[in-house]
Design a protein around this ligand. Structure first.
Ligand SMILES: *Cc1c(COP(=O)(O)O)cnc(C)c1O
Length: 227
């Protein structure tokens, strides 16, 4: 695993340089779903402090056993009835994929008295099987987010299609970046486009070139998951 992490960091740095950025400007999130505690402990030992999980229960169980300085990222589809459970434990929610969900997050965060940073998940490639807002829906719903007091929209996230050639996703990443620039240009209260969470094991290099500053990498760090 040590070599894996070194390799991912090197590749990240190489692609960051191509887009004239420092590697420190890109956060590597180790996606540890389905991996045992020992694997997370090992990654922690090699300096990983950001972990991504896609199930609430699994995130809470792992968090209880691991050091407190880890930032936990909720990256999977979040059910409304799980919001209350996850809120005290998540550093960031990457997967705000409906107004119904964001309303519940705002409401529960208000009850807790906690501000929570969130990303809007965008289904850039318009895949039927994927969650997320369609890019063209965003201008019509932006006002809703600007009224929130506790939920802070701090960027966008996408899960790009599964492709053999990562170059095929360059256009998807470019579109997400452009959408974030468009939103930033509207100067909406309570929204800033600080983060762009895009790129996974297969295509994070291309994503970084196109402006990603959070990449979510599972397989290239931990190896293949068993289902
Ligand atoms: C599983 C997952 C990843 C990581 O995928 P890998 O191909 O293993 O790197 C990234 N983002 C999300 C939302 C995921 O569910």
């Amino acid at each position: 695993m040590k070599e894996n992490i070194i390799r991912v960091r090197e590749e990240m740095a190489m692609h960051a340089a191509k887009s004239n950025r420092e590697p420190e400007q890109v956060t590597l999130i180790a996606v540890s779903k389905k991996m045992p505690l020992e694997a997370l402990e090992e990654a922690y030992g090699y300096g990983i402090r950001d972990f991504g999980e896609n199930h609430v229960k699994e995130l809470l169980q792992k968090q209880a056993h691991l050091p407190k300085d880890i930032r936990w990222h909720m990256i999977g589809h979040l059910q409304r009835n799980k919001v209350k459970q996850i809120l005290p434990h998540a550093h960031m929610i990457h997967s705000i994929d409906s107004i119904n969900l964001s309303d519940v997050v705002e409401h529960e965060a208000g009850k807790l008295g906690k501000n929570i940073e969130c990303l809007l998940e965008i289904n850039v490639a318009k895949e039927e099987s994927k969650y997320g807002f369609l890019p063209e829906d965003i201008p019509h719903i932006i006002d809703r987010f600007s009224r929130y007091k506790r939920l802070k929209i701090v960027g966008l996230m996408t899960v790009a299609p599964f492709v053999d050639n990562p170059e095929d996703n360059r256009e998807v990443f470019r579109k997400l970046k452009q959408l974030s620039v468009d939103i930033q240009g509207k100067n909406v209260d309570n929204m800033n486009m600080k983060f762009l969470s895009m790129g996974m094991s297969n295509d994070f290099g291309i994503a970084v070139e196109e402006g990603a500053n959070m990449i979510r990498v599972g397989t290239s760090i931990f190896g293949h998951r068993e289902y």
